[in-house]
Design a protein around this ligand. Sequence first.
Ligand SMILES: [Mg+2]
Length: 293
Amino acid sequence: MLIKSPTILAVDDKKENLDIILDILSDYDVIPVTSGQKALQVIDEEDIALVLLDIVMPELDGFQVCQILKNNTKTKHIPIVFTTAKTDEESISKAYEAGADDYVSKPLKKAEVIARVKTQLKLKQTIENLEFLASRDSMTGIYNRRKFFELAIPVFKETPTDIFMAMIDIDYFKKVNDTYGHDVGDMVIKLATQTISQVIRQHDAIFARIGGEEFVLLLKDMDKKAILEILENIRLSIENLVVEHNDTKIKFTISIGATSKTQDSKTIDELLKNSDLALYESKTSGRNKITFR
Ligand SMILES: [Mg+2]
């Protein structure tokens, strides 16, 4: 796999300063721009890992650009290192107030710029790794409950209707654990996760494990017929699975409860409650089935 080196955006109204930065960071992929406006445009279009930002620029100055980036959820994680000839305390504290991660003084010194850039990139990578771990279920690698709600709540708020939630629960899971042991139970959960992920892979879905043998799925931009087809595909795919364990062939099924957002739905908790009730109906009326309410 080819790993792309991080792209750094260098912003300065003086071209000679950009030339110095390009020379210092010759080992990196650097995009130089001469104004705050151009910087915002490039950040919108490219995957920028770090911004080296001049403070004094006509029109949009560095403080303003920094504030705009730090107030946008899409760009607030990008580290910003100010490059400044102003070493007075006031502008440095103003830079941090605007959301700066660090600063380097002009005239730029090669070792210092490289050290600051490396530190910020490393820190960003560490934060991303931690965020990834904190958002995943450790057994299956799919989203955990916390991340599910973090992603699903904005979708719920932004989409008037046509959001569907499905609760998926493995039938008689306790019996699998009791009969074959927890290792087999874990295999069943992993296999169920892989199978569901495979069925929904081309759809706009948020899929998470929210309990021991319980999963939740949020789907949008589809009609009810399409949703029911996907859910039936999931149910059938699981029914057809065979887990091999010490010459025993183990089969299992899932029950599904689904619901949709209506004009009356006020919170995502209502969807959760409704799909849970629907799941209960599936469980009490024979299992291995889908109930929609
Ligand atoms: Mg300047």
